[in-house]
Design a protein around this ligand. Structure first.
Ligand code: UFG
Length: 330
């Protein structure tokens, strides 16, 4: 029995692979290396370079390795890019997920865990936002993920496939043991950008929007440590294997920080200053989004252990230093 991790050479996927291997699972990674890295996949996992939309390939992998669960990370993740290229996002995140789910059903894969997103809520009317809140994505990215949730729900009714969709809030930080981290070039995510600025890899950074209806006018997000996030997947896998019913869970700490608070935390942890330019709003950004997390805690028994913004940014900074060493050595 093995687990297929799509996108396992990417940021969150590579942390998932480490966690699964640590738990003694057999892991097959399927990644087209468009944004992931061959070196991010530990040798104990089998890396197959290919596309999740390639049904012949996925069918062959399921049969060859006896895959009983798929954890599906592969996809495009940048909100503003999805506004510029909606059809590309619907292809990567929706059409290819449909192809993958179809093969999962056809080959009798038992369980499916899907990387969904808080972006399905759009700009929530009430905070913290619970799983039953109105779904109103503000970007093609959010819509592309919501469509996959809907497909899973319907496929799970028609076929014996049990699934969990995890709605990630803002994932950040790096493996506390220093084995992986956010490595994608041309970063757009706040903590990564701020860490690059702190390490002198860019000449400062911008704050997108200072006139939001939030305490300091900048957007508020719920930043979750990547290790706590992959542990949520471990809880979901154990739950499904025990016969738990298909369901959707938020993944966040129920705590919000503004863009300015995050930048201050990075400056504090780095012990350095860098220029910050106050700029206009960015397309597709909700003002504030914070997770209600009671459901995942109560149903999956998830207990976060890295709920600390200073620790998250400290580990993200340490990973930036590791990347610099890797680059210097190559
Ligand atoms: N931001 C800046 N400057 C930057 C980068 C980001 O001000 O250089 C701001 C953004 O405008 C936003 C906040 O920081 O207000 C967070 O932006 P990110 O790009 O880091 O993350 P997003 O909130 O856009 O998106 C992330 C994930 C999505 C997830 C969403 C849920 O990428 O998958 O969080 O809130 F859906």
């Amino acid at each position: 029995m093995a687990i297929l991790v799509t996108g396992g050479a990417g940021y969150i996927g590579s942390h998932m692979v480490l966690e699964l291997l640590d738990a003694g699972e057999q892991v097959v990674v399927l990644d087209n290396l468009s944004t992931g890295f061959r070196w991010a996949v530990p040798p104990a996992a089998t890396l197959v370079v290919g596309d999740v939309g390639d049904q012949d390939l996925v069918r062959a992998l399921v049969r060859k390795h006896g895959i009983d669960a798929i954890i599906h990370f592969a996809g495009s993740i940048v909100v503003p890019d999805s506004v510029a290229d909606p059809l590309g996002y619907y292809l990567n995140n929706t059409v290819k997920s449909r192809a993958l789910i179809e093969i999962a059903v056809a080959t009798g894969v038992k369980h499916f865990i899907f990387s969904s997103t808080a972006a399905v809520y759009g700009n929530p009317k009430q905070l913290p936002v619970s799983e039953t809140a109105e779904l109103s994505p503000m970007s093609p990215y959010g819509s592309s993920k919501l469509m996959t949730e809907i497909m899973l729900k319907d496929a799970g009714i028609a076929h014996p496939l049990s699934w969990v969709a995890l709605r990630y809030f803002n994932v950040a930080g790096a493996d506390p043991q220093g084995r992986s981290g956010q490595s994608t070039p041309r970063a757009t995510h706040l903590i990564k950008v701020a860490c690059e600025a702190a390490r002198g890899k860019r000449n400062g950074m911008e704050v997108f929007g200072t006139d939001y209806p939030t305490p300091d006018g900048t957007c508020v997000r719920d930043y979750i440590h990547v290790t706590d996030l992959v542990r949520a997947h471990m809880c979901a896998l154990a739950y499904l294997r025990k016969g738990g019913k298909s369901d959707i869970f938020n993944c966040g700490y129920s705590k919000g920080y503004s863009v300015l608070e995050v930048i201050e935390a990075v400056k504090r942890a780095a012990g350095s200053d860098f220029p910050v330019k106050l700029s206009d709003r960015r397309a597709g950004d909700p003002a504030a989004i914070v997770a209600a997390s009671a459901k995942i805690r109560d149903t999956l028994g998830w207990v976060p252990v890295h709920d600390d913004l200073d620790g998250i940014v400290t580990q993200a900074l340490a990973w930036e230093a590791s990347l610099e060493r890797l680059k210097a050595a190559s």
